[in-house]
Design a protein around this ligand. Structure first.
Ligand code: SF4
Length: 364
């Protein structure tokens, strides 16, 4: 727990009763003879970058008081955003919505230099909660652009992280949205070309895109190290192991969470008979359980564990009380809090740091 002393704020949303069909009705509709169970993916849920970003906002609220402005959703999870809003965080789309001189936190997805400049021009105080693994990709973009490379940035146009990385070297960068785009993209010099990527993509699809790019541009260089981060890769590896045995996979995560949506796609690709994404347990449609023996459960990197536990409780009501955790990796990554906060925390004798792992902070 790293000496955290702050009051935990990630409360479970009250579950809306949604007994449209009782467990007995569901069982009668499609009897299941095999043992009913849940295979629970590990790792799942919070990554070190998300934990750090959420704690940064909590600490800013604690030490500077509300309101604390946050540019974009601090992480892509409805529950986290709504809970922080209740504490006094104000989420804005752009820095020009922040009153001059106020405090603004940049989200875990990162920002382009233009956003940093705009905040400076407005005299805003800033805390940069960009995940260090996103910052690493920014640095790669800057470095390769300086060396006059053309950068093929594999990622989803319009996603905040892609906007931020692209903004580091817009003159030298083209976004490649899909494997299909790799077949048509035009480059200036095929011998001075490097690919980088968004951190939360499907590992397999990205490799397919790279393969197709390399067929056309054999001298395409790889990034110095993987851009798809450890958390994305680990969560996909865990669901790949579960999916072939699963009649149903439930991914807990928000619709705008890239890594959560990828988990659903990967589950289907690796043999899950059905896969659904929910923000909260009360979005689970009980008809999904019909004829289902094995349910796979996982959660995206921005999802507090308590939301997964809500889904497990609901599944248990429908007879899936046996839960087997399928562990494919251990995570112990820890990031220190943004530097702008560290000095203030030190002044206040607060020894908090960022946390890693799966959101194992105590939950109220
Ligand atoms: S998903 Fe990866 S890149 Fe994104 S915040 Fe988490 S650790 Fe950082």
């Amino acid at each position: 727990m790293d000496g955290m002393s702050s009051t935990p704020v990630l409360l479970s949303m009250p579950m809306v009763p949604r007994q449209r069909r009782s467990p007995e009705e569901v069982a009668a509709a499609a009897p299941v003879t095999a043992e009913k169970k849940v295979l629970l993916a590990a790792p799942r849920g919070y990554c070190a970058g998300v934990d750090r970003a959420v704690i940064a906002v909590e600490k800013a609220l604690e030490h500077y008081g509300a309101p604390v402005y946050v540019r974009k959703q601090i992480v892509h999870n409805r529950h986290v955003v709504e809970t922080l809003e209740q504490r006094g965080a104000v989420f804005v789309e752009e820095t020009d919505e922040v009153p001059e001189g106020a405090l603004v936190v940049f989200s875990a997805h990162g920002v382009s230099p233009a956003v940093v400049r705009s905040a400076e021009e407005r005299g805003l105080r800033t805390i940069d909660a960009t995940c260090p693994l996103v910052t690493k990709v920014h640095r790669e973009a800057v470095r390769f652009a300086r060396d006059d490379y053309e950068i093929l940035l594999i990622g989803h146009e319009g996603h905040e992280e892609v906007e931020g990385t692209y903004g580091e070297a817009p003159e030298n960068t083209q976004v490649v949205n899909s494997p299909e785009e790799a077949d048509t993209i035009q480059v200036k010099d095929p011998d001075k070309l490097i690919w980088l990527s968004q951190t939360t993509l499907s590992v397999d699809e990205t490799m397919d895109t790279v393969r197709r790019l390399r067929e056309r541009f054999p001298n395409l260089q790889d990034p110095p190290s993987d851009d798809i981060c450890y958390a994305t890769s680990n969560r996909q590896a865990a669901i790949k192991k579960i999916a072939p045995q699963a009649d149903l996979v439930i991914v807990v995560g928000s619709a705008n969470s890239s890594n959560s949506v990828r988990l659903m796609e990967v589950a289907l690709e690796y043999g899950a008979k059905a896969a659904h994404r929910v923000d909260f347990a009360n979005e689970v449609d009980e008809s999904w359980f019909e004829g289902v023996a094995t349910i796979g459960v996982t959660s995206g990197a921005s999802v507090p564990e308590i939301l997964v536990q809500d889904v497990l409780r609901l599944a248990a009501e429908y007879g899936y009380g046996t839960v087997e955790e399928i562990v494919t990796a251990e995570e112990d990554i820890l990031f220190s809090l943004p530097k702008e906060l560290r000095a203030t925390l030190k002044e206040h004798g607060d020894s908090s740091r960022g946390l890693g792992g799966r959101g194992q902070r105590p939950q109220a």
